[in-house]
Ligand binder design. Structure first.
Ligand SMILES: [Fe+2]
Length: 261
C-alpha cells in the first residue's frame, strides 16, 4: 500500500484502523472491538523502570515474522533470577541515553499476544517495508512496545527516550496512536539523518520533512531508519481538569543478520 512511498520519502503516514479493515476485509466494528482490548491493556502498564519520575509506563514483547508466509510468532520470555518474566531491548549506540545497554521490560500480557488486530498491525506494517533478498529468506525480528506517557499535575513533563531527534537502530519503526487525552505537546517531527541529537527548534527548518500531531486512534506513521531521523516532543497537561495521556504502540523490524547502517 505504502511501500513505494516509504522507499521514496523515508517515512509514511496512514490510518491503521481503516487501512487494515480494507486490506483484510474486516468491518470497523471488528476493528473497534479488538481495539477496545488494546485500550484496556494500556490501563495496566507498569512504570518504566528506566524512566522513574518521568511519567512513562510500558511493556515490550518480541516476535518474529516469516517473510514467505507472513506468519507471526511471539518469542518466549527471558526469566530473570528473581523469576520475573521480561523481554530485552537493545539499541546499541543508537540511544544516547542508554548506549550499548540492554533494557529489560515486563512482557505484554497474554490477551495482547492473542489480539488479532495487533497481529494484523504487525503484518500490515511489515508489508510497507523493503529488504534485501537475503533478509527475506530468514525470520525478521519484531519488537512491540506499548508506551504510555501520563502526567497528572500542571507543570509536570513526560518524555520519550531519547528526547531528541534520533534514529532507532532498527531499519523500520512504526508508531500507532492508541490514545491522546488532554495533551499539550506530543508533536512529531521527521527530519534528515544529519540532525540526530538535535532539537527541532534549534535546527535549520529546511531539514524538517514533516511536522504533525497524531490525534485519532490508530493514526500512524512509519520511518525508514536509513533515510530519516524522528522525534516526539514532551507531553504536558492541557486545559482540561484531567490527566494528560499519550499512549502509543511502537513496532520495529530488524533482520536476522544485522549490518551497520
Ligand atoms: Fe524512536
Amino acid at each position: 500500500m505504502y511501500k513505494e512511498e516509504m522507499l521514496e520519502k523515508g517515512y509514511i503516514r496512514f490510518d491503521a484502523g481503516e487501512d487494515i479493515a480494507s486490506l483484510y476485509n474486516k468491518d470497523m466494528t471488528w476493528v473497534e472491538s479488538q481495539f477496545a482490548e488494546i485500550e484496556a491493556a494500556f490501563e495496566n502498564l507498569p512504570t518504566d523502570a528506566y524512566a522513574s519520575g518521568l511519567h512513562r509506563y510500558r511493556r515490550f514483547s518480541r516476535a518474529v515474522i516469516l517473510p514467505w508466509s507472513n506468519q507471526v510468532e511471539w518469542l518466549p520470555a527471558m526469566v530473570k533470577e528473581d523469576g520475573e518474566e521480561v523481554a530485552e531491548y537493545f539499541q546499541g549506540a543508537f540511544n544516547p541515553e542508554f548506549p550499548d545497554a540492554y533494557r529489560s521490560f515486563p512482557m505484554l500480557e497474554q490477551a495482547m499476544l492473542d489480539n488479532e488486530l495487533l497481529k494484523k498491525m504487525i503484518q500490515f506494517d511489515f508489508a510497507q517495508t523493503y529488504w534485501d533478498k537475503r533478509d527475506m529468506v530468514m525470520p525478521i525480528n519484531v519488537g512491540v512496545h506499548f508506551v504510555k506517557l501520563k502526567v497528572e499535575r500542571d507543570g509536570e513533563e513526560a518524555v520519550s527516550s531519547p528526547n531528541c531527534l534520533h534514529r532507532d537502530g532498527e531499519p523500520f519503526t512504526f508508531a500507532h496512536l492508541v490514545k491522546r487525552q488532554n495533551v499539550n505537546g506530543g508533536q512529531n517531527v521527521i527530519a534528515t539523518i544529519d540532525d540526530v541529537d538535535q532539537f527541532p527548534e534549534a535546527m535549520d527548518a529546511r531539514h524538517i520533512f514533516a511536522d504533525f500531531t497524531l490525534t485519532k486512534a490508530l493514526e500512524s506513521y512509519g520511518v525508514a531508519d536509513e533515510s530519516v531521523s524522528h522525534y516526539v516532543s514532551s507531553v504536558h497537561k492541557g486545559e482540561q481538569d484531567e490527566p494528560a495521556e499519550r499512549s502509543m504502540i511502537l513496532i520495529d523490524y530488524q533482520p536476522t543478520v544485522v549490518k551497520p547502517l
